[in-house]
Write a protein that binds this ligand. Structure first.
Ligand code: AN7
Length: 362
C-alpha cells in the first residue's frame, strides 16, 4: 500500500540553506537569512522539445524572491557575512546582484552598498535597490571597474564583499543543479545557460559534480554557456575593454570566474560560445509568446544558443536538455517594449461589437 500523502502545506519549501544544509558551508550557529529562495519551476518547453527532437526544460529562475538566480547565492553569502559579524556589505552589479544583495541585507539589518556602471542598468533593478534602502554609487566606468572598486573597499574597510568572487555565493548557486537532478530523477545530457561574470556556470558545475560524486546522479551534463557577442571575452580569449550588448546583465568584459568557467566547460566536455543581440531578443520573444515565460534579455542567451546550435546541426536528437533562464522580464520592460510601435492595437468606444470587430472575432 502506498504511503499516505502528507497533508497539504505540511512541508513548505524552506529556502535553499534549509533544503540543502549538509551541502553548504553553514553550521548550526549560522543565522539563516532567507526569503524562501529556490524551489523554482522546471517547465517543459514544447517548441524547444520539438525543435531538438528531445526533451527540453526551462529552469525558471525569475521565480526567485527578487526575480533572479542571484538569491540562491545571496542567502548563503549574507548568512555567512552575518555569522562573521559584518555590519555592511558591498557588491558591484549590472543590476541583479544588487537587487538581491540589498533585499537580503535589508532583512539582516546590514548596510548595503552598491556599485553600478554608468548608464544602462534596467530600471526595475534600480527600483529594487532603492526600495531595499541601498547606498547606490554609480561609477564612471563599466562593471569591471565597479568590481575592482568593490574589492578595494572590502580590502581596506569594514565591509564584506558579496560578489561571486566570494566562494560562498557559488556554493548557494549550485543548489539549482541539485534541484534539476532532484526533479528529473537524473542529470540532463546537456545544460545551457547565459555567461556574464561566469559565476553561475561555475556553480552549476560544482553542483552537478557533487551530486554525481555522492551517487545521486549517474552522470554529469555537458555545460554550454553563452555570452553576448559584444561582451564575449571567454569566447575571444581576451578581455573586452568596452563590452556592449542589449543584454545589460551580461555586459561584462573581464569575468571574475573566467578560469573556473573554462574548467567547467572543459571538464564537462562543453563549450562557451557567443550569441548576437538579435538572436537574444528573438529568443526572448519566443520564450514569452510560446512558453509563457517572460525573461530579461540576458536570460534568453541559453535558449538563443540552443536554437543556433540546432540550426548548425550540433544537437543530437533524443537528448534531455535543461536551460536556465536566469531573471524575470519585468525587471526590464523598456527593452521588451523597444521596437514595439504601439502597445495598444486599437482604441474603441465601450462596445462589445466594436471589440469583437477589432479583435477579428466578428
Ligand atoms: C539575468 O548582477 O553579474 O555568469 O552583477 O543578471 O554568473 O555572472 C548578473 C549576471 C545571467 C550572468 N543572467 O551570470 C550582476 C551580474 C542574468 C544576470 C547573468 C547575470 P554570471
Amino acid at each position: 500500500m502506498a504511503a499516505p500523502e502528507p497533508p497539504r502545506g505540511a512541508r513548505p519549501w524552506r529556502g535553499v540553506i534549509e533544503e540543502y544544509r549538509s551541502w553548504l558551508p553553514v553550521d548550526a550557529d549560522t543565522p539563516v537569512v532567507s526569503l524562501g529562495e529556490g524551489g523554482t519551476p522546471l517547465v517543459r518547453s514544447a517548441w524547444l522539445s520539438e525543435l531538438t527532437r528531445g526533451e527540453v526544460h526551462l529552469k525558471v529562475e525569475g521565480d526567485n524572491p527578487t526575480g533572479s538566480f542571484k538569491d540562491r547565492g545571496m542567502t548563503a553569502a549574507i548568512s555567512v557575512a552575518v555569522a562573521e559579524g559584518a555590519k555592511a556589505v558591498v557588491c558591484a552589479s549590472t543590476g541583479n546582484t544588487s537587487a538581491s544583495m540589498t533585499a537580503y541585507a535589508a532583512r539582516a539589518g546590514l548596510t548595503p552598498i552598491v556599485l553600478v556602471p554608468h548608464g544602462r542598468i534596467a530600471a526595475g533593478k534600480m527600483a529594487q535597490a532603492v526600495m531595499h534602502g541601498a547606498e547606490v554609487i554609480q561609477v564612471r566606468g563599466g562593471f569591471d571597474e565597479c568590481l575592482q572598486i568593490s574589492r578595494g573597499l572590502a580590502d581596506s574597510y569594514p565591509v564584506a564583499l558579496v560578489n561571486s568572487v566570494n566562494p560562498v555565493r557559488l556554493q548557494g548557486q549550485k543548489t539549482a543543479a541539485f534541484e534539476i537532478v532532484d526533479v528529473l530523477g537524473a542529470a540532463p545530457d546537456l545544460h545551457l545557460l547565459p555567461v556574464g561574470n561566469a559565476g553561475n556556470i561555475s556553480a552549476y558545475w560544482i553542483g552537478f559534480r557533487e551530486y554525481a560524486e555522492a551517487g545521486l546522479a549517474a552522470s554529469t551534463p555537458r555545460l554550454w554557456g553563452f555570452q553576448a557577442a559584444g561582451a564575449a571575452p571567454i569566447v575571444r580569449g581576451e578581455p573586452v575593454p568596452d563590452p556592449d550588448t542589449v543584454a545589460t546583465a551580461i555586459r561584462i568584459g573581464n569575468p571574475a570566474s573566467w578560469r573556473l568557467a573554462e574548467a567547467a566547460r572543459d571538464e564537462s566536455g562543453g563549450r562557451i560560445d557567443a550569441v548576437t543581440d538579435e538572436q537574444i531578443l528573438t529568443a526572448q520573444r519566443e520564450l514569452g509568446s510560446r512558453d509563457g515565460v517572460f525573461v530579461e534579455p540576458a536570460s534568453a542567451a541559453g535558449v538563443a544558443g540552443l536554437v543556433a546550435a540546432v540550426q548548425a546541426g550540433e544537437v543530437d536528437p533524443g537528448l534531455t536538455i535543461t536551460i536556465t533562464v536566469t531573471g524575470h522580464g519585468l525587471k526590464d520592460t523598456e527593452t521588451a517594449l523597444r521596437g514595439v510601435d504601439s502597445i495598444v492595437d486599437s482604441v474603441i468606444d465601450a462596445d462589445v461589437e466594436a471589440a469583437a470587430e477589432v479583435a477579428g472575432l466578428a
